[in-house]
Design a protein around this ligand. Structure first.
Ligand code: PEP
Ligand code: MG
Length: 759
């Protein structure tokens, strides 16, 4: 059975659309289980009914026409209970609902299993048989296993918009809602621009063109460029290749011939598709055809075709990259939102962000928060490839996205937008004022930076220093490692803008979800892999160039602090300090007036928590990276929307660790700051102040909110709040306590507004 299962899943995985997926499922399952009927019902959210989408064995005319209400029929019961129902004779079941047009009156035995993705029932898979018998345990297990695997594929099919092809389209339905998780708070109303990952055919959006001639020209140019590349590679390798191997390049060139792939793409462009979309369709058809072949040599050719497609796409994207016209209030929608994408939209035009993958703790979301751009992450089911130019509402508070917004919904969100502006005006009045409690306790507020625009934004909001400059961000939006001189210039900008205030520069923290396009790291488990200081210690040449650039940038200003990310062991810190000191000596020998900067470590790995005091002895300051620390303490991938609900910043274990670190480091009289996102939440900020953190470093966008919260309470209020929270054992209970207390402190305006629909 395992083989059958694998084969079905493989076949389904490369099916062109949901229609094809479903028809493969019903026919293969019917055959494998030797039943008479196999059918799939899927939930059509717009009408809240389970629609028969494919069948093998029932009347084909019923497909797309027959449907059952949420609690109707045995299908409804399977969905409602979210568990299989296995019946010898369905007719005797109290919920049996006879659907005449299907012709199912002949079938007695019934086995239905729910199709569930991320706790959501997407539909029901049913097998039926004439004979009165119970399906045996192995049959039931097979169907359950298959359904669990299919759920992801069906959800993804929804995401790529294929369900529209089935007629279950929006049908004029208004306010169609999709759920994700909050990435950055706020509301945005605007028009969608779908962005794809570079050279990724799967994420190319569907679009039509008004100018097929221009698209054809772009396509032909890209094609010619790829032909040149292949000729070049063939020429370079000609000495080292056998005749047979050389012939392979001729095969590639022939594939690109005007009469082959190129002709098919051109035809589609003439029929109205834009070049990238036409290329995607043609390549995927060929890939499917080759993959399905039994001959292993031929099926391997699918990889070559895909590679050729990617190469052409890369050239096409280079051509159009600067050519996109962004509407006012553009909302970027991407399969995987990357920091580089955020920088693509001209200043002032970006109003919202939506990502199919990722969660609120992904780096793209952190940057979005710092830019103040409402963002929803992990909206797995939205048909994003079909949404270019559509008007949508992004609710970054509740993590929801609405398609086809009605007038009422637009008005309701419009009111939230104007309320937000009013709060902002009130907060702006605090710019020049210190973060000081009512009883006179002064807490410095620093900022986290990374994007070029962060500096101006932070100064405007009265930041008193930089607690975390994520140096990897400028590395990410380039196509090779920046030189010492290039780095020096960007570091100097940050240092000069803040001098004499301190600027804490973190050494390169790549890995995890912060990949450099020109230094890919492929790992099974990247969060536990080669990241942060582990990479830079293995690449002293990269580390030294960066440290030298930082030190030279600080000459004459002397407001630099260097911070080491992801440390786990003392020897990593010793080694890094040795290298930084070596860079200082080298530069002095070269005639630069370099001072040794304060060096600190980030505590973001549980091992470091328990050694906080030892680390504190070795360094000049400690900064807590609570984003990663939470991920590692709770064993919850910060980037995975499936477990986003488990990523609890206020988990008692996290708060205990934060409490412990500050007390341990203070025993060594070291300065302790925190630069994770918990500090940017007004409730979190009050708890951290009460714990004794010397500085909070927050994103520029939340700085004034945090300041407002601090100015409205006494230190004693915050300490009492911490005392209450320390007694609690549950993250949700703590959350509620924070909400209640903020209300009691008169800080309701800082909590999220009530959005139009109830939770
Ligand atoms: C953290 O982990 O809390 C942190 C500030 O670093 P980053 O979010 O960049 O990993
Ligand atoms: Mg971190």
């Amino acid at each position: 059975m395992l083989n059958v299962l694998r084969k079905i899943v493989q076949e389904v995985g490369i099916a062109p659309d949901l229609n094809a997926v479903l028809s493969i499922i019903v026919s293969r399952v019917q055959k494998a289980m030797k039943t008479e009927v196999c059918s799939v019902f899927l939930l059509d959210k717009t009408v809240q009914r389970y629609v028969l989408m494919a069948t093998h064995g029932l009347n084909q005319e019923a497909v797309g026409h027959v449907s059952l209400g949420l609690n109707e029929g045995i299908v409804g019961v399977v969905a409602q209970r979210a568990e299989p129902i296995n019946l010898q004779d369905a007719f005797t079941h109290p919920s049996f609902h006879y659907l005449q047009i299907t012709g199912e009156e002949r079938f007695h035995a019934f086995l239905g299993v729910p199709i569930i993705h991320q706790r959501e029932v997407l539909g029901v898979l049913v097998v039926q048989q004439h004979e009165k018998r119970r399906f045996d345990e192995s049959e039931e297990a097979f169907l359950v296993t298959l359904s669990a695997q299919l759920a992801g594929i069906i959800a993804h099919s929804h995401a790529t918009g294929n369900h529209y092809a089935l007629g279950a389209s929006l049908n004029g339905k208004l306010d169609v809602r999709y759920e994700g998780v909050s990435g950055a708070p706020g509301v945005a109303i605007g028009r969608v621009i779908v962005v794809s990952l570079p050279a990724d055919l799967d994420t190319v959006p569907d679009k039509t063109t008004d100018d097929p001639e221009a698209e054809l020209q772009a396509f032909n140019q890209a094609l010619e460029a790829v032909r040149d590349e292949i000729r070049q590679v063939a020429a370079n390798l000609s000495e080292r290749l056998s005749v047979d191997e050389r012939a392979l390049f001729d095969v590639y060139l022939r594939m690109l011939d005007d009469n082959a792939l190129a002709l098919e793409v051109s035809d589609r462009i003439r029929a109205g598709s834009w070049a990238q979309g036409a290329l995607k369709e043609v390549i995927s058809e060929h890939v499917r055809a080759f993959s399905a072949m039994d001959d292993s040599y031929l099926s391997e050719r699918a990889t070559d075709i895909k590679d050729l497609g990617r190469r052409i796409l890369r050239h096409l994207q280079d051509e159009v990259h600067n050519d996109v016209t962004y509407p006012e209030n553009a909302i970027l929608l991407a399969d995987e939102l990357t920091p580089a994408m955020l920088g693509m939209v001209p200043e002032g035009k970006l109003s919202g962000l939506v990502s199919i993958s990722g969660s609120g703790n992904s780096h793209a979301a952190i940057l979005a928060r710092s830019m103040g751009i409402p963002t929803v992450m992990g909206v797995a089911n939205i048909p994003y490839l079909r949404l270019n130019a559509c008007e949508i509402v992004v609710d970054g508070y509740s993590g929801r996205v609405y398609l086809n917004p009605s007038e009422e919904l637009l008005q309701a969100y419009g009111r939230i937008l104007s309320d937000e502006r009013a709060v902002l005006d009130q907060l702006n009045a605090l710019k020049e004022l210190p973060a000081i409690t009512k009883d006179g306790y002064r807490l410095p507020l620093w900022v986290n930076t990374g994007l070029a625009a962060d500096v101006a934004r932070s100064l405007e909001r009265g930041a008193e220093g930089i607690g975390l400059y994520r140096t990897e961000i400028p590395f990410m939006i380039r196509d090779c490692f920046p030189s010492e001189m290039e780095q020096l210039e960007s570091y100097r900008t940050q240092l000069a803008a803040f001098a004499p205030a301190l600027v804490t520069m973190r050494t390169l923290d790549i890995g995890g979800d912060k990949a450099l396009p020109y230094f890919p790291i492929h790992e099974e488990n990247p969060s536990l892999g080669w990241r942060g200081i582990r990479v830079t210690l293995d690449h002293p040449e990269i580390f030294m160039v960066q440290v030298r650039a930082m030190l030279r940038a600080s000459v004459g200003l002397n407001n630099l602090r260097i911070m080491l990310p992801m440390v786990t062991s003392l020897h990593e810190v010793e080694e890094a300090i040795r290298q930084i000191e070596r860079a200082c000596h080298e530069l002095r020998d070269e005639g630069y007036d370099v001072k040794r900067p304060p060096i600190g470590v980030m505590i973001e790995v549980p091992a470091a928590v328990y050694q906080a005091r030892r680390f504190a002895r070795m360094v000049d300051f400690i900064s807590v990276g609570s984003n990663d620390l939470t991920q590692y303490l709770l064993a919850v991938d910060r980037n995975n929307p499936r477990v986003a609900g488990l990523y609890a910043s206020y988990h008692p274990a996290v708060l205990k660790a934060l409490d412990f670190i500050v007390h341990e480091a203070h025993k060594e009289k070291k300065h302790v700051s925190i630069c994770g996102e918990i500090a940017a939440d007004p409730g979190g900020a009050l708890l951290l102040m009460a714990m004794g953190y010397d500085v909070l470093s927050v994103n520029a966008n939340n700085l004034l909110r945090v300041k407002y919260a601090i100015r409205e309470v006494t230190l004693e209020d915050a300490r009492q709040l911490l005392h209450r929270v320390r007694m609690m054992h549950d993250a949700e209970e703590i959350h509620q306590e924070l909400r209640r207390s903020l209300k009691a402190f008169g800080l309701t305006r800082l909590t999220r507004p009530a959005t139009p629909e109830k939770e």
